[in-house]
Design a protein. Sequence first.
Length: 277
Amino acid sequence: MINPTKRHLMNNLTPIKVRSVWISDVHLGFRGCQAEALLHFLHSVETDYLFLVGDIVDFWSIKKNLYWPQEHTDVIRSILGKAKHGTKVIYIPGNHDEALRDCVNHAFGNIEIHQDYIHTLAEGKKLLIMHGDEFDIIVKNSRWLAKLGNFAYDTLLDLNHYLNSFRKFFGFSYWSLAGYLKFKVKNAVSYISSFEDALAHLANERGVDGVVCGHIHHAELRHINSILYCNDGDWVESCSTLLEHTDGSLELIFWSERFEQYKNHAQEALSTDKKAA
């Protein structure tokens, strides 16, 4: 539950004005979801387009262990609020919310659901947007192995949570154990590279200038040959998002540091309020 002081600070933020926002792999319904950080981001930005690039709700986790705190409801309300007030919201389901793929080409409360989508940047370049699990051989061909891997990942994130609680107690900043291991395990590095190459190849076949995806929880913004490859990351480990500015330029940002600054400011304001009382 967000305390009144934090909510007041959120409601009085000066928003960042951009043309487009991409977020994915939020995993609402999973204990590792950093919903409060995402809510702070959503309150901090005004955008014409909001692309939800899959795994926004984690039905796999909900089915296994029901978990849905108020912050997760607040994220949904914030997205619906943006859709109501003029933001074009496009939802592209992933493998964890694949049930919504049955609703492709329909709209619910001003939110459009698509299998994939082509977005034209302000500068005229076209980007193919898709979740990316279609290029994950394990998810596509071996569902039980994917769920086993998901269980192992959940366990790793639980360990990551306890590790960062320990780090926070001693005044250290957030650090992603899962992200660290991705770069240390040779097979993980090879998998990420193969995934990126496959998406770039598809974009080239579709005749677009670039691709935006999620799925692998690895934020990236780079060219692969002539194709611009963008992965907006996740809101479990990195709290990352992809922005399109009004001139069409793209920026990958990591929100954790800004959220930590906000929390420190909120804590100081709360302490001041208590002293004044």
